[in-house]
Design a protein around this ligand. Structure first.
Ligand code: COA
Length: 327
């Protein structure tokens, strides 16, 4: 049998500062009722001053390593999925490597927005299929609160900060990652973007006055594309491994909006207990959303050996993807 990649430890880290919908009522013209009914979000976590992406990523990584019983110097590759790195150079993966002392590891940041953790797992899977002895740390980590315009009610109510991580190793057993499907469509980039702070646009007064340092989104259009892509990529994964809905034990969909999650659950015909939900506590944490959910489910005893697990995500770019695995 070929080698498969299995997750042998998970971890997460969330800032201690909680921002409730009521807190947002003091900042913008919104209401707890509007946010709850349109998004399902009740509160989100916000990084404190001086608390950076790499700090959250490091805490999540250490938690995952501890659960896996793997020492930092056993890690061969660190992949960090993020759209909010501490700085353009070095990567968050480099900073995590330094913080945890994983000096044998290669270091790689990937920029795939909310689908980043699935892309990261997929890359790790390919490495481990080629060499069963590798141990790979995949992290999704975001400090979106620093890329949100706190005067724009159409976006600031949606996002939050946090990090999640998984340690992957190889096995010859009949479990682990069974299939991955990755997609993108760059033609639609303008519907969800941070246009400034890269090298294309000067960081000047004009850029700041346009709000291009912040996330800008055409929410309704994004919603329509998200549900269509998520449904298609879900069935793509199910068909690839030959699963029908009743084969699923736990589903982790990117926590972007409760209405998107309800849509996915209805289209799959899935019972409520099988779709993991934590959007009410953390909002949309982009690349961190699935690994935080995975860690909560794992530590909460909701995953068992042999469980059929499906993950799917959609995000800016656009990017989307799915992953099927036997736990
Ligand atoms: N509080 C109160 N009112 C708000 C508001 C807020 N936070 N944000 C928007 N509104 C207003 C709008 O201004 C609009 O008012 P108008 O009718 O007077 O113009 C009204 O509410 C409806 O806005 P609309 O954008 O049509 O709401 P919606 O039902 O589409 O919900 C989103 C908005 C953002 C929740 C929804 O479009 C969505 O979830 N989109 C997908 C977002 C997403 O998941 N992005 C990330 C993908 S990874």
């Amino acid at each position: 049998m070929r080698s498969r990649a299995v997750i042998i430890g998970t971890g997460s880290a969330l800032p201690s500062r909680v921002m409730t919908n009521r807190d947002l009522e003091a900042l913008v013209d919104t209401s707890d009722e509007w946010i709850r009914t349109r998004t399902g979000i009740l509160e989100r976590r916000i990084a404190s001053e001086g608390e950076n992406n790499s700090d959250l990523a490091t805490r999540a990584a250490l938690n995952a390593l501890e659960m896996a019983g793997v020492k930092p110097d056993e890690i061969d590759l660190i992949i960090v999925a993020t759209l909010t790195p501490d700085m353009p150079m070095p990567s968050v993966a480099c900073l995590v490597q330094k913080n945890i002392g994983a000096f044998r590891a290669g270091v790689l940041d990937i920029s795939v927005t909310c689908s980043g953790f699935i892309y990261g797992l997929s890359i790790a899977d390919k490495f481990i299929q080629a060499d069963r002895k590798l141990k790979i740390l995949v992290i999704g980590s975001e400090v979106l609160s620093r890329r949100v315009n706190w005067q724009d009610r159409t976006t600031c109510v949606l996002f939050g900060d946090g990090a999640g991580a998984a340690v992957l190793a190889g096995t010859r057993e009949d479990r682990g990652i069974l299939s991955t499907h990755l997609h993108g469509d760059g033609r639609l980039w303008e519907l969800l973007a941070i246009r400034g702070l890269g090298t294309a646009v000067p960081a000047d007064e004009e850029m700041l006055s346009r709000g291009w340092q912040y996330i800008q989104m055409q929410g309704k259009d994004v919603f329509k594309h998200a549900v269509k892509a998520l449904e298609a990529v879900t069935w793509e994964a199910m068909d690839a491994v030959g699963w029908k809905t009743d084969a699923l034990d736990m589903v982790f969909c990117h926590q972007a909006n409760m209405r998107i999650l309800d849509f996915v659950r209805e289209r799959l015909g899935l019972s409520e207990d099988k779709l993991f939900i934590n959007i009410h506590k953390y909002g949309n944490t982009s690349a961190a959303s699935i690994p935080i959910a995975l860690d909560e489910a794992n530590r909460g005893g909701r995953l068992f050996a042999g469980a059929n697990v499906l993950m799917m995500a959609f995000g800016g770019g656009f990017t989307w993807g799915s992953l099927a695995m036997r736990w």
